[in-house]
Design a protein around this ligand. Structure first.
Ligand code: GDP
Ligand code: CA
Length: 330
């Protein structure tokens, strides 16, 4: 079985770990071992202190490769912060984004390779050679794409018609420094219109037996992947059933601030409203038991199962339910 999944950071990575755990328990399929290709979000990427950082790709790589900080869900286990302390002593900004020493090694290798002209997909493959994540991890695009968030600028001069001044900040600044508390007037994926899918991405969607949408952020993770020209069309066109897992349980994101992103695009925080965002290609949608009464877009099969990814076993059961639903649809 060839499975292709789209993924953001923590939610996507945790789901994928459960998926691999479930696949390990299955007999090998008629056409050999099960293969998982992950199309990772790169719109959270940012350059800080001269280092290119790909938070979502790294979260997937560390989680599946056994290097993740277990409670936090991102960053390295056993991390130290010597470099961050030295940078702070120099007053080097920004200080709201702390980089751990171990993590910095990843960013140094990546930045050096990018500087030599390697595309991000080749760099990601090189980093994964160490971590052996058990999936083929592809960035959604080799072209730089950055999510920016438009917020009010209290220090800026109001417009003549009285509307307040606004400014755009990088998504990481909005999320990490401002905790998504400043209302987002707009969320923009800068550079996406000119971006192309990375090599292998469209093929992985076309050739898949199943396409999965883990419970990643529907706006700034799955939403940006789908917005890379060609990717959404490929998912609409694939013969594979597409099954998604709701990131929203009972009207709230389980962890994180996805509701702030949904309100920015005028979408209600509910399992049904997220399914609506995918209604042009979605075949099946897993929701939590409490959301079993959700009204689905036409043609979408609803299945209710516990959706808390509390440990690997519970997450493997969610992945198994997603594959089972896909088999029914397929
Ligand atoms: P990020 O890039 O680190 O923000 O991670 P993702 O975009 O991959 O996933 C974030 C989303 O995962 C959040 O918006 C939550 O709604 C969702 N999420 C986190 N934990 C759980 C869980 O246990 N169950 C479900 N169903 N969703 C979860
Ligand atoms: Ca992310």
């Amino acid at each position: 079985m060839r499975i292709t999944a789209l993924a953001g950071g923590v939610g996507g990575a945790r789901f994928l770990r459960g998926l691999l755990h479930h696949l390990d328990s299955l007999p090998t399929g008629p056409d050999g071992p099960h293969e998982v290709t992950v199309i990772g979000n790169t719109a959270d990427d940012v350059t800080l202190h001269g280092l290119r950082i790909c938070p979502d790709l790294d979260t997937v790589m560390y989680t599946l490769g056994g290097g993740i900080h277990p409670e936090q869900g991102w960053g390295r286990a056993g991390e130290t912060f010597g470099v961050a302390a030295e940078l702070a002593a120099y007053g080097a900004e920004p200080q709201w984004f702390t980089l751990g020493d171990r993590d910095i090694a990843t960013h140094l290798v990546r930045t050096r390779m990018l500087g030599l002209g390697y595309p991000l997909s080749a760099v990601t493959e090189a980093l994964c050679a160490r971590w052996q994540p058990g999936v083929r991890l592809l960035p959604m695009s080799d072209d730089p794409i950055e999510t920016h968030v438009v917020i009010d600028d209290p220090e800026g001069e109001a417009h003549a018609d009285g509307t307040p001044a606004v400014k755009a900040v990088h998504f990481q600044e909005w999320w990490v420094r401002l905790h998504a508390a400043a209302p987002a007037r707009q969320i923009l994926a800068v550079g996406i219109d000119q971006a192309k899918p990375a090599p292998g991405v469209l093929e992985a969607i076309a050739d898949a037996d199943v396409v999965l949408l883990p419970p990643s952020n529907p706006v700034v993770s799955i939403g940006t992947i789908l917005a890379v020209p060609g990717i959404r069309d490929a998912i609409r066109a694939t013969k594979a059933p597409v099954v998604g897992v709701s990131p929203i349980i009972g009207g709230a994101p389980v962890r994180g601030m996805a509701d702030a992103c949904l309100s920015a695009i005028g979408v209600e925080t509910s399992a049904a409203a997220v399914a609506d965002l995918y209604s042009d290609f979605l075949g099946g949608w897993l929701v939590a038991p409490g959301d079993a009464g959700s009204t689905m877009p036409e043609g979408v099969a609803l299945r209710a199962v516990p959706l808390l990814m509390s440990d690997v076993e519970a997450t493997a059961a969610i992945a198994a339910a997603a594959l089972d639903l896909a088999t029914q649809l397929g």
